[in-house]
Write a protein of this length. Structure first.
Length: 120
């Protein structure tokens, strides 16, 4: 459960603050804490956030991550490696990625995360 807080703009009570993803900074903010992710880790998390609450298959994740690098031929197992790394970094801030066996991965959070792009 996320802590209660007050909105600094309107003064109303806010009980649920969505997970916020800052891709350009490689940062995720949740529950008043943050985690830093590498480029590939951020790509996985960003895609999970975009398809939330649906499941992201390993094949779709692999295609998404390497669409701009057609010369690379990564193995499907690399997705498991990146998900494992992201899980370890997100656990301390209270964000979980669930495995749905035979289907893929999904974010286990209560509301759609915000993706904040800083690009102009």
């Amino acid at each position: 459960m996320q802590p209660d807080c007050t909105c600094p703009v309107c003064g109303s009570s806010v009980t649920e603050i969505p997970v916020t993803i800052l891709p350009e900074r490689g940062m995720v903010v949740a529950n008043g804490r943050f985690a830093n992710l590498t480029g590939h880790e951020m790509l996985i998390l960003q895609r999970l956030a975009e398809v939330f609450p649906r499941v992201l298959s390993k094949e779709a994740a692999l295609e998404w991550m390497y669409q701009f690098n057609p010369d690379e031929e990564p193995e499907i197992k690399i997705i498991d490696v990146y998900v494992c790394k992201v899980r370890k970094k997100l656990a301390p801030i209270g964000v979980r990625i669930d495995t749905l066996w035979g289907k893929g991965y999904a974010l286990a959070i209560s509301s759609k995360p915000q993706i904040v792009s800083e690009a102009a």
